[in-house]
Design a binder for this molecule. Structure first.
Ligand code: R5P
Length: 302
């Protein structure tokens, strides 16, 4: 089956197979002309991709989120970036709203492959001039990339959305220390309190343990804010704790809602009433669009 993706000129803005609707929003915000990319699968499952417009001497933005199907979408992204340069594009900007493998940014156990570093090397090797992503798991991990990198925060947009919900004395909770800076940022927008929990993840089983802590939440709404919700275990642990402490509404908000398997059910069973994500990964909870933030950043690059 042949799929047609909308591709936009900005230059041009090429939407890979995982980011059509975000790409269309961006093209509208940036008032750019669209061209099409053709994509289909060969009979053995390999990807076939074709730019249907001329790229020569153009500045080009290629947008492709790497979830779901991380490996396939990453390979397609690399193919598109490589081919764009080969077809004569001048400056090539990779917009990757969700960057796969960002969580493997360290060698946690001897012999582990630091896949995040490999992804950075590959993006550089295909000639990417600028790499732009949204709320990468650890900003420092982008330092190993062999290209100029930009990390956009979706937190102000998420915070604006939370503000519109009319929450009662909201408390912004980071499920681990790594998420505490984002909780602080959102709390500043909302004029709310914030704090973080201490979490331990077993490196072999993946099991997550969250330490209880003193917190008074009677009559208050709790917002659990994380960068990624994957299996939902991290958010569910915090939700169970805050439910016991008397929180009224419990809201889970994140940038990248991967919602693997029955994550949504796990989270709701733990007491979460609302799940809010962005469109870096299209899902049933993509209530906030990151298009305005990406568009602002692109305007400064082109
Ligand atoms: C890890 O530190 C991330 O910030 C998230 O907390 C984690 O990816 C969430 O994963 P899960 O939903 O599987 O607990």
């Amino acid at each position: 089956m042949i799929g047609i993706q909308e591709v936009v000129t900005l230059a041009f803005l090429a939407c890979g197979p995982n980011s059509e609707s975000l790409g269309i929003k961006l093209s509208e915000l940036l008032r750019t002309k669209r061209i099409l990319v053709e994509s289909r699968l060969f009979t053995d499952g390999e990807s076939y991709l074709r730019f249907t417009g001329l790229l020569e001497d153009q500045d080009l933005v290629i947008i492709q989120s790497c979830y779901p199907q991380q490996d396939k979408k990453l390979v397609e992204l690399l193919f598109m970036l490589d081919a764009a340069k080969e077809l004569g594009a001048r400056k090539v900007i990779a917009v990757v709203p969700y960057l796969a493998y960002a969580r493997q940014d360290k060698r946690f156990r001897d012999g582990e492959i630091v896949s995040n570093t490999s992804v950075g090397k590959l993006l550089g090797a295909v000639g990417t001039d600028v790499f732009l992503t949204v709320d990468v798991h650890q900003k420092e991990s982008l330092k190993s990339f062999r290209t100029k990198t930009i990390n956009i925060s979706a937190v102000p947009l998420l915070a604006d959305h939370l503000k519109s919900l009319g929450l009662t004395r909201p408390y912004i909770l980071a499920p681990d220390q790594g998420a505490s800076a984002n909780a602080q940022l959102a709390a500043a927008v909302l004029g709310a309190d914030h704090t973080y929990f201490t979490k331990h993840r077993d490196r072999i089983t993946g099991q997550v343990v969250t330490a209880d802590r003193e917190l008074r939440l009677e009559g208050r709404d709790a917002v659990i804010l994380d960068d990624i919700i994957s299996t939902g275990a991290t958010v569910a642990n915090v939700a169970r704790i805050v439910r016991e402490k008397g929180a009224e509404r419990i809201i889970a908000a994140c940038t990248h809602a991967l919602l693997v398997g029955n994550a949504e059910e796990t989270i709701r069973r733990a007491g979460v009433t609302d799940i809010i994500g962005t469109d870096t990964v299209p899902s049933s909870v993509s209530k906030v669009s990151v298009a305005p933030a990406i568009a602002n950043s692109l305007r400064q690059l082109l």
